[in-house]
Unconditional design. Structure first.
Length: 201
């Protein structure tokens, strides 16, 4: 099991800001990773996971230069230090089976999920999105530039992951100043945007 505390800050981008930032860093960063992600989100009909301010997700990602996709299940919830992620690697066939049948395979994610949400009912898909992500490291932070598609919508965001929430905020504010981006704490995560759109919120 991989259990991580993510200290992240994010900001929405316009299409032009996304293009400007990607163009800038493709020129200045010699080492970067380009990943295409497919994310599918699950909950029961009572939104039990959502009511715990958590998410259950499967992800398939194709990294440029690698022949086989990487698949995982993630259970994610909030803590005072940041977002806690429990990740469990699965095979592409397990990914396809879970996506079709919504039956959670045994493993670390199931154990952790049952601790926080013991009353969980039958699962179903509540949202899905694909993300094209450029990522690289800079000044001790992980910088991620995303193009997201879901429910007929395309939007863009910038994420910074650092050793603490304060460090992540400091770095993202520097980037916002450099690229003339308006920063707001009222950020709605991309998974929540996709789920809200599917539910008509």
């Amino acid at each position: 099991m991989a259990k991580n505390i993510e200290c992240e800050k994010r900001v929405m981008l316009s299409k032009e800001q996304f293009k400007t930032i990607v163009k800038h860093y493709l020129k200045t960063e010699k080492i970067y990773k380009l990943v295409k992600q497919e994310n599918v989100y699950f909950d029961d009909y009572l939104a039990t996971i959502e009511n715990k301010k958590a998410i259950l997700r499967i992800r398939k990602k194709k990294v440029t230069g690698k022949l086989k996709p990487e698949c995982e299940i993630t259970f994610k919830y909030h803590s005072d230090e940041g977002s806690v992620e429990i990740n469990q690697d699965i095979t592409p066939s397990q990914y396809a089976s879970f996506k079709k049948k919504a039956i959670l395979p045994e493993g670390d994610v199931m154990v952790e999920l049952q601790k926080l949400v013991p009353e969980l009912g039958c699962l179903s898909i509540i949202g899905a999105l694909t993300t094209l992500r450029y990522s690289f490291h800079q000044d001790g932070s992980l910088i991620e530039i995303d193009k997201n598609k879901y429910e007929g919508i395309t939007d863009y965001n910038l994420e910074v992951e650092a050793i603490s929430l304060d460090a992540a905020k400091h770095k993202i504010l520097d980037l916002c100043e450099e690229f003339n981006i308006n920063y707001s704490e009222d950020y709605i995560t991309k998974n929540r945007r996709a789920i809200n759109k599917r539910r008509g919120r």
